[in-house]
Design a protein around this ligand. Sequence first.
Ligand code: FES
Ligand SMILES: [Fe+2]
Length: 427
Amino acid sequence: MTEYAWDHLIQEGRVHRSLYTDEGVFALEMTRVFGHVWTYLGHETEIPNPNDFKLTKLGLRPVILTRDAKGELHALFNRCMHRGVTICAEHAGNAKRFVCPYHGWAYGNTGKLIGVPHSEGYGEAFEMGAFDLKRVPRVASYRGFVFGTLSETMPSIEDHLGGARAALDAFIDRAPVGQLIVRAGAYRGAFNGNWKLVWDNAADGYHVQFAHKSLVDMTNKRYAQGRGADYMASPDNSPIYAEVFERGHTFLHHRPGMGPSLWERARPTPGGEAYAAQLADRRGDAEARAALEGAPGFGMNLNIFPNLLIIANQIQVVEPLAVNRTQLTWYATHLAGAEPEVNVLRMRIAEDFPNFGEVDDMEMFERCQEGLAVPEAEWVDCSRGLYAANGADDAARKVRPTDEATMRNYFRAYKMLMQSGGAYACS
Ligand code: FES
Ligand SMILES: [Fe+2]
């Protein structure tokens, strides 16, 4: 396999276009990043009952995430040990076993091979135990978020989350009983571009006033001092800030600029007034108002490298399909223990940004990919704000929202992984 001059390709304030266009780079990423790093596979509440399963991916590897009869989680490669067929085609369901459609080999939901048709044809030496499904060797759940890694040396999921953990906790703790429920469907979209374009954008407060102008204008027309006001005036003079964490995680925090009530800042929602009135009838005004604070987005973009983004009140998963093709899925979330009206409104609000905002981003991603095809223009610039580090550690700063420290930060983690073959030098 070709090795690359990573120090040349990833410099402090610029990265080379080939990182977005080169098939060989992409192939290496699928093991050095998607594989070695804890990668988000799904949420426990998607498979709440014994024998539930759902399909997912670890990079390009098809995976079945199962819960066995005893409630244990397994991440099994969806690949028959006979000749390689994917043994499960259902997106999700409940099954004690998976039977390969090609020659009928049967596997339990723990991955154990339990049946081989006409097994006498293999002779006495055939060992069933040698043909159990291969699996993602380490699977860990953090408060319902399930991650997998191929690496034996990757530290615990808690250590991996590091500084991002507190923000993830805050997102989960909006639920009255401290648990999210991910069983409310998803919004899916794919674009013709590299998966890292999503990361370049994930904590980018620079593009909002331009790429999302129509959305911000609409918000401001409705609410003169709406959330968009910060972006249209001067985001760097607003209370919004960005933060970077070790291992590539980033955080863009709008909440400080959003005033005391998130519900009052929410954009119009289909049925919003009726549901709020219904809740007030049942619970009284004060209790209803407090509960409705759980409905809107939390005013943060929390990005957990390499594939989990927490945006508004939902979970976005980044799934690379090819060097120039990426699948995005936005899972709506419910709050366990919340009033039913609040959870319905979370659904309606979850439909807002993918429809009104993400389409802008996806157009930019596709146009980036198109532009990056120009060999004569080699570099992607990410130097904004670097001067302000002034010799200090760029990664240790809380930065202004338009600062590209967030992009530099994930590329720092990425470079470490690509150079080391999939390990972090840091603890
Ligand atoms: S490929 Fe699965 S049984 Fe043959
Ligand atoms: Fe955006």
